[in-house]
Design a protein around this ligand. Sequence first.
Ligand SMILES: O=C(O)c1ccccc1N[C@@H]1O[C@H](COP(=O)(O)O)[C@@H](O)[C@H]1O
Length: 225
Amino acid sequence: MFNRVNMRVKICGITQTEQAIAIARHGATHLGFICVPQSPRYLTPAALAEITEALDAAGVVTKTVGVFADASLAEMVAIVRRANLSHIQLHGQETPEHCQQLLAELPGIFLIKAIRVRTAADLLRAETYAPYVDALLLDAYHPQQLGGTGLTLDWDALVSFKPACPWMLAGGLTPENIPTALATLNPDGIDLSSGVEQHPGVKDLALVQHLFEQLQPWLPISAEV
Ligand SMILES: O=C(O)c1ccccc1N[C@@H]1O[C@H](COP(=O)(O)O)[C@@H](O)[C@H]1O
């Protein structure tokens, strides 16, 4: 078993202040907030800003990730500024050109491009984003849902995925399957949502604690990028 340093651990789909604080204290390096109105985990900009202000007030140091899907540049800029987010995750059909426009508008933002993987061609497409983003994220494909599906990727099909930037594994990760996922692959980070949830938007803090127990062999973790 390898001992991974600089592992990023993102817990996504958080909607409650107390849970955000607790999850960061468990060791999450990145907290994800869904800014996609169709999602059952959607947070209004006001509710998101309330949570990030509470994190600051509690002295919690963590990266805050706004998850968007095909949102307008103006909307993303407004929400990032209002909630003082450190990261944006693009989970829709955004192109490398969109990534460049976003970085020009928000210099200093950390940009994660999510690719929903169906075929090997999607992995090649993912690599074309590497010059324009800080990290890639691979998620499972679902025909009707953009994310938070609980579906896992075919990890064996990802073993040769070595993009020219850090990458994070998502899609159906749970405290139980995370050791196998990390032993199979060598991602720079992991991202969990429904696998540590009671129901959409409400996390199960016992599962979050179990996750970090399972991650002990891969610690220390790092919030870089
Ligand atoms: O979680 C959502 O509702 C969501 C909606 C729209 C875009 C992305 C969304 N979530 C992303 O899904 C993956 C993980 O999902 P899971 O662990 O399989 O439940 C993660 O990248 C979230 O950011």
